[in-house]
Ligand binder design. Structure first.
Ligand SMILES: [Zn+2]
Length: 411
């Protein structure tokens, strides 16, 4: 089996792994200005997708241009999320070089889509493929590829701990080689329970003092996790941005979330913002949490809320995830001011950061890989893949970190 890394090697974003020039795993987009795509667009016989984040599905519609119509295999939530993201990319960048596909391509994706549940093996480009719950976001999967000689396990993004939205990964299928993500390979997360307690106490204090809390959150996964936390602790909340439709959609796939009843309760508990009649400005003096995109303050309704609440030190902005360098969210944390719609705005509201990561940390990755002591490990999806491969080698693993564009033979 020859495995080529067309993206996501030594980097995070534009994940793409091509097997024997025939089966493509993921085809993502690296969010940057301008966005970046996998190093080339192959003509695979079939495509298999691990989960519905932009860095894994963002460039998928480009695979169905010209006469090419490869079947695309994914779980139902991954399919829905990929379509949502594709339409969003069209809206943001359609018709420019920053969007490598058209509306026609996106429509074609619906014609070649084939959905599968976890642990239901299917055939793709002559391989037997099986999805296992990866514990990252709803529908996220480890992908096992079997050519009847060699079994390759592609970890996709994974989490070993339970989140409120999804349970951690427990599946450890036999494999002859494993491609493993390493996003937080050099990080020790604070236990989720502790993060949640600190967050809840902070939000409750602000509301009790009469302030408003803006909770910037990614639409996929994070928004729902925050709504589940608000419901569990009876924190009054609004939800705004793309996270609204993702929350509605996930309600249709109870088998892909940890507790469908809890998600239903969280959905009923949250007030969905329509944005009509100046509603956004109106609710910024409510004693409530406003969960909204974007997670790094680089767009979305957060752009309306932050200018409204920033002047009052009684208010609060709680970042809920890692902030990439150069984003307004990162600048806000570091400098106390944010550039919004081209204007630098000083912020008197308090700013806090919480690590609600959906990825395994160092210990989690070791826990996952403990079942693969004798299996060659190819480290990808991280800023320091080589360093993690070295750490693994020092621990007795046969680990390497392939470079972008490299082809690795596995047996
Ligand atoms: Zn992901």
């Amino acid at each position: 089996m020859d495995v080529q890394f067309l993206g996501g090697a030594g980097e995070i974003g534009r994940s793409a792994v091509l097997i024997d020039e025939s089966l493509l795993l993921d085809f993502g987009m690296l969010t940057d200005s301008p966005p970046q795509f996998p190093v080339r667009t192959p003509s695979p016989d079939a495509v298999v997708v691990s989960h519905g984040h932009l860095d894994h599905v963002g460039t998928i519609p480009a695979l169905v241009s010209g006469d090419a119509r490869p079947p695309i295999h994914w779980t139902p939530p991954t399919y829905e999320l990929a379509m949502t993201l594709a339409r969003d990319t069209l809206k943001l960048h359609g018709g420019t070089v920053n969007c490598p596909f058209t509306e026609t391509n996106v429509r074609r994706v619906t014609q070649v889509s084939e959905t599968h549940g976890y642990r239901e093996s299917f055939e793709a480009a002559g391989y037997e493929v099986t999805f296992y719950n990866a514990g990252h976001i709803p529908g996220s999967a480890h992908v096992l590829v079997d050519d009847s000689d060699t079994r390759l396990l592609y970890s996709g993004d994974l989490h070993t701990d339970d989140q409120r939205l999804v349970s951690g990964t427990t599946a450890r299928p036999d494999a002859d080689a494993i491609i493993c993500e390493s996003t937080y390979a050099d990080v020790d997360h604070e236990p989720r329970k502790t993060v949640e307690e600190r967050f809840v106490e902070s939000v409750e204090t602000t509301l009790w003092e009469g302030g408003t809390v803006v909770v910037p959150a990614f639409a996929i996964g994070r928004t729902q996790e925050m709504l589940l936390i608000c419901e569990a602790h009876d924190i009054p909340c609004y939800v705004d941005g793309m996270g609204k439709q993702v929350t509605e959609m996930l309600g249709q796939y109870p088998e892909f979330v940890r507790d469908a009843d809890a998600l239903q309760r969280a959905k009923s508990h949250a007030r969905f913002v329509t944005g009509r009649d100046g509603q956004r400005k109106r609710i910024t003096d409510q004693k409530a949490a406003i969960v909204t995109t974007s997670g790094m303050l680089s767009g979305g309704p957060a752009m309306t809320y932050i200018p409204e609440i920033r002047g009052n030190p009684m208010n609060k902005i709680t970042m809920t995830g890692y902030q990439v360098e150069g984003t307004p969210g990162r600048n806000l944390i570091e400098t106390g001011s944010a550039e919004i719609d081209g204007r630098i705005m000083p912020v008197s509201a308090r700013v806090e950061q919480y690590d609600f990561s959906a990825h395994a940390d160092r210990d989690g990755l070791f826990e996952f890989l403990d079942s693969y002591r004798d299996t060659p490990v190819l480290v990808n999806h991280g800023d320091r893949c080589e360093a993690f491969a070295t750490t693994l080698r020092e621990d007795g693993y046969d680990a390497t970190a392939p470079e972008l564009g490299a082809t690795v033979a596995i047996e």
